[in-house]
Write a protein that binds this ligand. Structure first.
Ligand code: SAM
Length: 271
């Protein structure tokens, strides 16, 4: 059968279709021999899905996708079976329940996505909390990738997304991707991160929301001195004591903290 022509991209669903074979094969060959099940979010017309389906078959491992755009099942059925496709809003899915339904909750799940950029951060936050996901290969807009895992600067550059991600995953840059690798070309550069869940999280998963809330506060005004900013939320003596114990002045700005310092502050100031 001839492959169906690519449909028109729907910008409101963040659709930019990958066309660069080099990028496609780098993504699809990540975590070879380690993943026990594959999940793709936002397969679209199946550009990554085709290679992922071949790999899943070769390795004899289950493969499922979640897509929101009703136009795509016809395309996806060229590569996978109807039962492997869930048509819904990925943001609304309780992933742990869904993994159970699919019979893959006890497998080491590898999640792959060329993310819809408009919702990449809330999706990532959901992925971090689904502990069945052990590996991720995710395409982000470069600026967002850089916040998750700062790779384009050599100086320390702490932020809330970076700290949250590093508490649960070890990350690295897999590949930078120029706009020309997609149709239609986005206005921004992109980057793919490869991420492995830490065996022991730096902060227990039960405290995820508490940590997230604390980090939002800590990095809410990046340019402000932390001591002054935190005064509105914590007693000054506690702030002084905490900063002394991690050996930083009250005048420090959030972005200059190390991950250890951020997490120690969290442990001392959490409510
Ligand atoms: C950047 S495109 C990637 C398409 C294809 N995987 C590729 O690599 O070329 C993002 C995909 O996510 C889908 N998408 C957008 N919002 C979604 C949502 N809330 N839930 C599930 N899929 C969504 C889009 O329809 C689109 O197929």
């Amino acid at each position: 059968m001839n492959k169906l022509e690519l449909p028109l991209a729907n910008k409101s669903l963040g659709q930019h279709f990958l066309k660069d074979q080099g990028v496609i094969s780098r993504i699809c060959s990540d975590f070879k021999g380690e993943a026990e099940a594959i999940v793709e979010i936002g397969p679209g017309p199946g550009i990554l899905t085709e290679s992922l389906a071949t790999r899943a078959k070769e390795e004899g491992i289950p493969f499922f996708v979640i897509e929101k755009d009703d136009r795509f099942p016809d395309y996806l059925r060229q590569f996978i079976h109807e039962d492997q496709i869930t048509m819904t809003d990925a943001l609304a899915v309780n992933l742990s329940e869904w993994f159970k339904e699919k019979g893959i909750a006890d497998k080491k799940i590898w999640l792959v996505s060329n993310l819809p950029y408009n919702i990449s951060t809330p999706l990532l936050i959901n992925f971090l909390q689904a502990t069945e996901i052990k590996f991720m290969t995710l395409m982000f807009q470069k600026e967002v990738a850089d916040k998750v895992f700062p790779f384009s600067t050599t100086r320390n550059f702490m932020g809330s997304l970076h700290a949250l991600n590093q508490a649960y995953f070890d990350s690295a840059l897999l590949i930078k991707v120029p706009p020309g690798a997609f149709v239609p070309a986005p206005k921004v550069d992109s980057a793919v991160l490869t991420m492995t869940r830490k065996e022991i999280p730096l902060v227990p998963m039960e405290e995820f929301h508490k940590l997230e809330k604390f980090l939002r506060l800590l990095f809410s005004q990046r340019r402000k001195q932390l001591g002054g900013m935190l005064k509105a939320s914590f007693p000054i003596e506690l702030i002084q004591q905490s900063f002394e114990s991690i050996n930083v002045p009250l005048t420090i700005r959030g972005e200059a903290l190390t991950l250890d310092q951020v997490l120690n502050l969290y442990r001392m100031l959490k409510k």
